[in-house]
Design a protein around this ligand. Structure first.
Ligand code: FAD
Ligand code: AMP
Length: 477
């Protein structure tokens, strides 16, 4: 049987479902193929909604509440009784949030007249797509345009093969039935730090083993130093320059061997999370004659507007170059749909926000000071701490700072970097400012509401020119 559609989207994650919805809004007939079965049920929303952004944030929020309650609110004059922990209930709440959101996406597709085909899609030559349902016969769909959005999956390393319930990837780390006494994490990337924080807050002794000598090498140095200090104080034992070379199971535990500058060491853990990065999913996605080329790292090769090597075929999200982030996938999906409908569309890859949802949160957009210097800018920068901010002090949540990086010649903002309360939200002020090409002076001249966390943004902009009010500034202008 042959079906036809203006657009076939393979993959119903944040990239794929947003592409499908936008294409439908633009009047195109759309089929979205998604094969995921989550907890026994077909599910849309991809990694992000099922086993990524959303469940990890649900556990980060639950564990933060537990940790705060445990630490006590005595300074606020609030006394609490015995604090209990029901990990099963915590996981069930997370599952409920996931169900609500994935169900919502199914409703959105339905409401937009999009056909969701449950099973696997494969691109053949000539923009034909082979659909293999979970049950039933293979079908061929003839598409005018195709959007490949098959996402990514965790990288496995030979040194640490997964062992059910003991050595797990990020998905397994969302499902521990009880708090491990001692837990290892391989990789101090965003996922390793977030999941390490969840179980550490719930009471596990957590050791993070990171092969690189530098912590959070992608972030501005001032931010990565502060993050390392704060997470260390929270109890995460972060060991840098520590490359895991082997693991072996002993009873219900795992013995991890790693090497660092001092030689070889071993550690025994109840659970080990392997969080060493993700790789694009291309297996079974493309027929040998599909005409789609991959780049040297196995991503589908695309241009700046996500066009793949066959006219009319686009690829987006974790399947293609760039940061593996849901919001990047979403914007690429919308861009691809717009281009298919012959609209003008582009995406500013220079301004993709990064957020680490630890507490305090860490977020940045644009260039770090180091990168701006390496790119030849005459850099000026300034930062301001939450420590003296009235709102942050009132909330007893006043660690961290805001930092701006700017071009000293033109005053144009180049980057914003935040560690502190609500950093993941505050950072959008920098995004909007930079999208509009703002100068530091533009921010300096604005009136920020008092008392708010955002006053730190204002003061950080002022401090770039030595003008912050609530600090004794050594450089003056
Ligand atoms: P995916 O979400 O991976 O979706 C692709 C879908 O395609 C999958 O559901 C898969 O089943 C389906 N598929 C694959 N091949 C086929 C096929 N041949 N036929 C049919 N279906 C197919 N990002 C953030 O921005 N913020 C966060 O806070 C964040 N937290 C994360 C936490 C964790 C623990 C993890 C693992 C990831 C996190 N991410 C976060 C990353 C984010 O989840 C991904 O960047 C995002 O999901 C990528 O979207 P995508 O649409 O490209 O792919
Ligand atoms: P990310 O790619 O941001 O998810 O981070 C993954 C991290 O895992 C990187 O910083 C890698 O350096 C680190 N990593 C990869 N392999 C190993 C290993 N064998 N031992 C320790 N860390 C590793």
């Amino acid at each position: 049987m042959t079906q036809q559609a203006d657009v076939v989207v393979i993959g119903g994650g944040p990239g794929g479902y947003e592409a499908a919805i936008r294409a439908a809004q633009l009047g195109l007939s759309v089929i979205c193929i998604e094969r995921r079965i989550h907890k026994g049920k077909p599910s849309l929303g991809g990694t992000c909604l099922n086993v990524g952004c959303i469940p990890s944030k649900a556990l980060l929020d639950s564990s933060h509440k537990y940790h705060d309650l445990k630490a006590g609110y005595a300074s606020h004059g609030i006394s609490t009784g015995d604090i209990g922990l029901d990990v099963g209930a915590m996981l069930a709440r997370k599952d409920k949030v996931v169900d609500q959101l994935t169900g919502g996406i199914a409703q959105l597709l339905k409401g937009n007249g999009i056909t969701w085909l449950q099973g696997s899609g494969k691109l053949l030559a000539g923009k034909r797509v082979e659909f293999t349902p979970h049950e039933g016969e293979v079908q061929i769909i003839e598409a005018k345009s195709v959007i490949l959005a098959s996402g990514s999956k965790p990288i496995e390393i030979p040194a640490a093969p997964l062992v059910d319930g003991i050595v797990v990837d990020s998905t397994g780390a969302l499902e521990f039935p009880e708090v491990p006494k001692r837990m290892g994490v391989i990789g101090a990337g965003v996922i390793g730090l977030e999941l390490g924080s969840v179980w550490s807050r719930l009471g596990a002794d957590v050791v993070v083993l990171e092969a690189l000598d530098q912590f959070l090498a992608v972030a501005d140095r001032a931010i990565s130093k502060e993050t390392q200090k704060i997470l260390g104080k929270q109890g995460l034992d972060i060991r840098l320059g520590a490359r895991v070379t082997a693991t072996r199971i002993e009873g219900a535990q795992v013995v991890v061997t790693y090497t660092d500058a001092q030689g070889e060491h071993s550690e025994t853990f109840d659970k080990l999370i392997v969080a060493v990065g993700r790789r694009p999913v291309t297996t079974g996605l493309l027929s040998a004659d599909s005409g789609i080329s991959l780049d040297e790292r196995g991503f589908v090769h695309v241009d700046a507007q996500c066009r793949a090597s066959v006219p009319g075929v686009f690829a987006i999200g974790d399947l293609v170059r760039g940061p593996m982030l849901a919001h990047k996938a979403m914007e690429e999906g919308v861009m691809a749909a717009e281009l298919i409908a012959n609209h003008h569309a582009q995406f500013n890859y220079d301004l993709v926000i990064s957020v680490i949802y630890t507490h305090p949160e860490v977020a940045w957009v644009g260039m770090s000071e180091e990168r701006a210097k390496a790119e030849g800018f005459d850099v000026k920068s300034g930062q301001f701490a939450f420590a003296v901010n009235g709102r942050a002090l009132a909330a007893d949540d006043n660690q961290g700072f805001v930092k701006f990086v700017a071009d000293a010649k033109t005053d144009r903002l180049l980057g914003m970097h935040v560690i502190g309360p609500s950093a993941g939200d505050i950072i959008h002020q920098g995004l909007i400012a930079m999208e509009f090409g703002a100068s530091v002076e533009d921010l300096q001249l604005m009136c920020f509401a008092h008392p708010t966390l955002s006053e730190v943004v204002h003061e950080a902009a002022l401090s770039v020119d030595g003008r912050a009010i609530h600090a004794i500034q050594r450089k003056r202008k």
